[in-house]
Design a protein around this ligand. Structure first.
Ligand code: FAD
Length: 500
């Protein structure tokens, strides 16, 4: 065994990020050369929101060996097939950004090139009609994929919606059972090593000095270690994503258990609705430059589908990321690393992918700078591409009914996004670069859903006769409709498979 191995890892913060990191390290380092300790302050609350996810979370849970039914039961969870966007392109419009495939690729060209030709000729329905998830979601239907040959039922793609507090508690038990120790105390000081500025220890309010080789900062927006102690710096993206506040409140669930999140645009932001088993999560994300806090609160409370179960809570945030997610012997996950508003439910995924990256570039006490640089490059790329996708939702709008929408519609955008839009608008081409998170189908659904349509389609589409294309379109739609008919409601599915 190398004498350079890490011996002590200290995680600061017991929110979703801290416990996700602790569970993973517990799973892989149990009974090893390295001890893991998590410190959280009882009187500094967690953010407590963060209830909707994307399908990659299944990989995280599976890596930990978590049983899906138990997870759904313990977190009051539901399944999520996509997000419905209401009033984004225009007031009155709605579309679903659904997970999973749209149509079937033909002759090695993506389905949507054929679809766009047929759509322009009036021979195809809206793109959502060719997505199993988009058809099933509003009908409240859900099932896990089954071995069903070429049927879309063999490849249903889904994520989860869950109670963030219960998820953190679940992971806490998991990590505790794998040797992660937990200390309830407030960190009052961070000490740096004089020789190189690495973090040496943190001092607790009970006087204890906790030393570590690696410190994982999950302390929330403030970035207790990465920013307050190491002054890493923050790249601010609020000129592209001006929302900087959210009111959040749970309410009684009055509608059936719907397998999707809804995002409804308002005049200076948008409202989420996340159906869980025991309640519905709601929040109004808004820009304080364009709307006062009281007005934003009123809008939220006037648009709940059931009785509020608590007083609304105001959360303030800045959109952007740390200049380095890994600085010296400190890695930041979650809100201390950066924040992109929850429009596409990406924050928990960013925690997950950061943890996976750390495990793959796991350091010893020499802290190889090349590995740290690579970690930061990959993190930056991932954040920037997600940022572009979120900006697209604001930029691709015809709304002119408020100062906020006028700003968003006319603002300048990052070059990387401009290039993507320009290419798409020309001939419908969308290309995923270097494992960026959102694939061409996601981009396509938002482009078309918000009224951005390309001038033309891929030239090779003309190799297939129009009659044949019409036949294939009708066939795919028919298979999807039949498949959805065969699906149970999510309510029945959860009752029968997860809670039984
Ligand atoms: P926090 O929850 O803030 O936890 C910080 C921890 O640090 C706490 O335990 C606190 O006690 C501890 N701490 C702080 N200071 C000290 C100290 N001095 N000493 C000891 N301990 C300390 N993500 C999604 O994926 N999907 C969503 O739908 C979603 N919705 C969101 C909506 C809003 C409005 C916001 C703001 C975020 C949302 N997120 C969402 C993001 C998600 O909530 C966070 O990514 C996630 O909760 C992780 O938070 P965290 O653990 O980094 O920080």
């Amino acid at each position: 065994m190398s004498d350079k191995n890490l011996r002590n890892i200290v995680i600061v913060g017991g929110g979703t990020a801290g416990w996700m990191a602790a569970a993973t390290l517990g799973r892989f380092l149990k009974d090893s050369f390295c001890k893991v300790r998590l410190i959280e302050a009882e009187d500094i609350p967690t953010v407590g929101v963060g209830e909707a996810t994307i399908p990659q979370i299944q990989v995280f849970n599976r890596t930990l060996g978590i049983d899906e039914n138990e997870f759904i039961k313990r977190t009051q969870g539901t399944f999520k097939l996509g997000i419905e966007f209401v009033n984004w392109g225009k007031v009155g419009d709605s579309y679903i950004h659904a997970f999973g495939d749209v149509g079937n690729d033909m002759d090695s060209l993506q389905f949507y090139h054929y679809w766009w030709k047929m759509r322009q000729q009036g021979h195809a329905d809206d793109i959502g009609a060719y997505s199993l998830n988009a058809v099933a979601a509003p009908l409240g239907k859900f099932m896990r994929s089954v071995d069903a040959g070429n049927s879309p039922l063999s490849k249903i793609v889904y994520a989860y919606q869950f109670d963030a507090g219960l998820y953190a508690q679940f992971l806490r038990e998991y990590a505790g059972a794998r040797g992660v120790s937990r200390t309830l105390a407030k960190i009052v000081e961070t000490r740096l090593r004089a020789s190189d500025g690495f973090i040496e220890s943190v001092v607790l309010d009970n006087g204890e000095i906790v030393q570590g080789d690696l410190f994982i900062d999950c302390s929330g927006f403030q970035g207790l270690l990465i920013e307050k102690a190491l002054n890493t710096g923050f790249e601010d993206w609020s000129h592209w994503l001006p929302c900087d506040r959210a009111w959040a409140v749970p309410c009684e669930r009055t509608e059936p258990l719907l397998p999707y999140t809804r995002s409804t645009a308002h005049s200076a932001g948008w409202q989420w609705r996340i159906p869980l088993q025991h309640r519905t999560g709601n929040g109004h994300v808004f820009s304080s430059k364009f709307m006062g806090e009281d007005e934003a609160r009123e809008i939220l409370m006037a648009n709940l589908s059931g009785k509020a179960l608590a007083e609304p809570r105001l959360l303030k945030f800045s959109t952007g990321k740390r200049l380095k997610a890994w600085n010296k012997n400190c890695v930041a996950f979650g809100l201390s690393g950066g924040f992109i508003e929850p429009l596409e439910s990406t924050s928990i995924h960013l925690v997950q992918s950061g943890i996976a990256r750390l495990m793959s570039l796991f350091p010893n006490r020499d802290f190889n700078q090349h590995d740290i640089d690579l970690f930061n490059q990959q993190t930056d790329f991932e954040y920037e591409r997600i940022r572009d996708f979120i900006i697209l939702h604001y930029k691709a709008t015809e709304r002119s009914d408020s100062e906020f929408w006028n700003y968003c519609r006319t603002m300048s955008i990052p070059d990387s996004l401009k290039q993507k839009i320009d290419q798409f608008m020309e001939n419908g081409q969308i290309h995923r670069t270097n494992m960026e998170l959102f694939n061409d189908t996601s981009w396509l659904e938002v482009f078309h859903g918000q009224g951005m349509h390309p001038k033309s389609y891929h030239p090779l589409v003309d190799l297939v006769a129009d009659d044949e294309l019409k036949r294939r379109m009708a066939f795919i739609k028919n298979v999807i409709d039949k498949s959805v008919e065969a699906m149970p409601s999510q309510q029945e599915f959860i009752q029968h498979y997860c809670l039984a």
